[in-house]
Design a binder for this molecule. Structure first.
Ligand SMILES: Nc1nc2c(ncn2[C@@H]2O[C@H](COP(=O)(O)OP(=O)(O)OP(=O)(O)O)[C@@H](O)[C@H]2O)c(=O)[nH]1
Ligand SMILES: [Mg+2]
Length: 409
C-alpha cells in the first residue's frame, strides 16, 4: 500500500524535506515501499511557483526529476493568484503539470492508497494552488484517500491577506479532503523557543519538531504490522478511521514529545503540561476521538503503562460521552522520529479546540470583507464574491457541526 506526498509552496516543500529525512531512516518504510519506491526514490511530488526553494530542498535528494514542478514566479501571498495561475505571463501550466506528475507517481505504486498534501494556509501557492489541487485530485482519485497537512500562520504580523487565504483554503479542504491535520506555527514556535532557550529559532528548528510530530502518526507501527512482519503503510489512513468518527468533522491536531526516556508516564505528563484545555470563556474543549502513538518501546514496557496512560489522555482531552472508544493506542519498538535510544509520544486529537481558531479566521475575514479591504487583489486574479460567500458559509458550518457534536449522543 503506497502513499504519495504532494509538497506545495515554500512551507510544504521545506516541511516535506524535514519529514523525508525521518522517512528515509525508517527500515519498515524501506521494506514496505509505502513512502519510498523500491529504487529508494521518495514517493513525492515537489511543486512551487518559483524555483529557488525547490532547488534547495530537492538538491541531492532522491526526488524523481519529473516530480519536481516549478513555475516562473511566486503567487504573492494571494490565494486567487495561486488558485487561477498567471495566464498573462504564461505561468498558468502549474496545475496541469502537477496533476500529470502526481499521476505518474501514482502509477508507479503497485497498490496506491492515497495522497498527503503538505502546504501552508497563507502562502499564495500553498493556499491557492493547494486548494485547486485538492479539488482536482478528489475528482481524479475518487477511491483514494486525500489528507491535507496544513500549516497555520503566526497569529500576528505575517500578511494582511492571511485571514482571507486561510478562510478560502479551509473551505476547500473541508469540501475535498478526508482529513485535515492542522499545525499552528505559533504553538510549535512556543515549544521550540522553550527548548532552545536563548538560541535563535529558525524555520528548520520548527520543521524538525513538525516532522517528528507528523512522522509520529504516519510512520509504520508494530500495532498495525501484519503477521508477515512487513508493514503495509496503512497508518495515515487508519489514523483517519480512528480519529474521525463523523466524516464531516475532520480537523485533527497533534501533540508530540520525544525524549531520552524517563518513564512513559513521565513523558506523557511532560507533554500534557502545554495542552490547552479551556477556551477563552473558560469552557472546556471536548475531543471526539484520540490516537496515541508511543515509539521506542524496545523493551515492551509500554503494556504495563497502557491503562494509566489511557486514563491520563481521557482526563486531559475530555472525550465526548457518546464515543465508547475515545482512545486508540499504537506502539512501535523504535523511535525513528527522535534521537537514537529515545522514546516519543504523539497524540492526534479531533477536538472542539479547532473551533477557537476557525472563529478567529471567520471574524477577522468578516471585518475586512465587510470593509471591502484588499478585495481588489482577489478580483484582479479571478476570485469572485461567490468564492468568499461559500467559504464563509462552509467554515461557519464546520463550527456549528463541532458545537452540535458535543451536544449529541
Ligand atoms: N512551519 C513552517 N512554516 C513556514 C515555512 N515556510 C513558510 N512558512 C509559513 O508559510 C506561510 C507562507 O507560505 P509560503 O509557503 O512561504 O508561501 P507559498 O506557498 O510559497 O506562496 P507564495 O510564496 O505566496 O507564492 C507563512 O505562514 C509562513 O510562516 C517553513 O519552512 N516551516
Ligand atoms: Mg513562495
Amino acid at each position: 500500500m503506497s502513499t504519495v506526498f504532494v509538497q506545495v509552496g515554500q512551507c510544504g516543500n521545506q516541511i516535506g524535506h524535514s519529514l523525508f529525512k525521518k522517512v528515509a531512516k525508517d527500515d519498515n518504510v524501506k521494506q514496505s515501499h509505502s513512502f519510498m519506491a523500491p529504487d529508494g526514490t521518495f514517493r513525492a511530488v515537489a511543486i512551487d511557483s518559483e524555483p529557488k526553494v525547490l532547488h534547495k530542498v530537492t538538491h541531492g535528494q532522491p526526488y524523481r526529476k519529473y516530480s519536481i514542478i516549478s513555475g516562473k514566479r511566486g503567487r504573492g501571498t494571494n490565494w486567487a493568484m495561486g488558485y487561477h495561475g498567471l495566464k498573462k505571463s504564461g505561468d498558468d501550466k502549474l496545475l496541469d503539470s502537477s496533476i500529470e506528475a502526481i499521476r505518474k507517481e501514482v502509477e508507479r505504486c503497485s497498490s496506491f492508497s492515497g495522497l498527503i498534501l503538505l502546504h501552508s494556509l497563507s502562502g499564495g501557492t500553498g493556499s491557492g494552488l493547494g486548494s485547486r489541487l485538492c479539488e482536482a485530485l478528489r475528482d481524479e482519485y475518487q477511491l483514494g484517500h486525500l489528507m491535507s497537512c496544513a500549516f497555520v500562520p503566526h497569529a500576528s504580523g505575517e500578511s494582511p491577506l492571511q485571514h482571507y487565504n486561510s478562510l478560502l483554503t479551509l473551505s476547500h479542504l473541508q469540501r475535498f479532503c478526508d482529513c485535515i491535520v492542522l499545525t499552528h506555527n505559533d504553538d510549535v514556535l512556543n515549544l521550540v523557543e522553550k527548548k532552545k532557550g536563548s538560541e535563535r529559532v529558525s524555520f528548520s528548528h520548527l520543521n524538525e519538531h513538525i516532522a517528528a510530530s507528523l512522522g509520529g502518526i504516519l510512520l509504520p507501527t508494530d500495532s498495525l504490522m501484519p503477521k508477515s512482519g512487513h508493514s503495509i503503510g496503512q497508518e495515515p489512513w487508519e489514523m483517519i478511521r480512528s480519529v474521525c468518527p463523523m466524516p464531516s468533522l475532520k480537523f485533527v491536531q497533534l501533540k508530540h514529545l520525544s525524549r531520552s526516556k524517563v518513564s512513559w508516564e513521565g513523558l506523557m505528563s511532560h507533554m500534557l503540561l502545554t495542552l490547552k484545555k479551556y477556551n477563552a470563556k473558560n469552557k472546556p474543549f471536548y475531543s471526539l476521538a484520540n490516537l496515541m502513538v508511543a515509539r521506542g518501546d524496545g523493551t515492551a514496557s509500554f503494556q504495563h503503562s497502557a491503562k494509566v496512560l489511557e486514563e491520563k489522555i481521557k482526563t486531559a482531552y475530555n472525550p465526548v460521552p457518546w464515543n465508547p472508544y475515545p482512545v486508540d493506542i499504537w506502539t512501535a519498538s523504535n523511535n525513528t522520529v527522535g534521537q537514537k535510544n529515545s522514546a516519543s509520544v504523539t497524540i492526534a486529537t479531533n477536538s472542539t479546540s479547532v473551533v477557537e481558531y476557525l472563529d478567529v479566521v471567520l471574524q477577522r475575514s468578516k471585518v475586512m470583507y465587510d470593509a471591502g479591504a484588499y478585495l481588489h487583489w482577489y478580483w484582479k486574479y479571478g476570485a469572485t464574491k461567490d468564492d468568499f460567500e461559500e467559504a464563509f458559509s462552509d467554515v461557519e458550518a464546520v463550527v456549528n457541526s463541532y458545537n452540535e457534536a458535543i451536544k449529541s449522543g
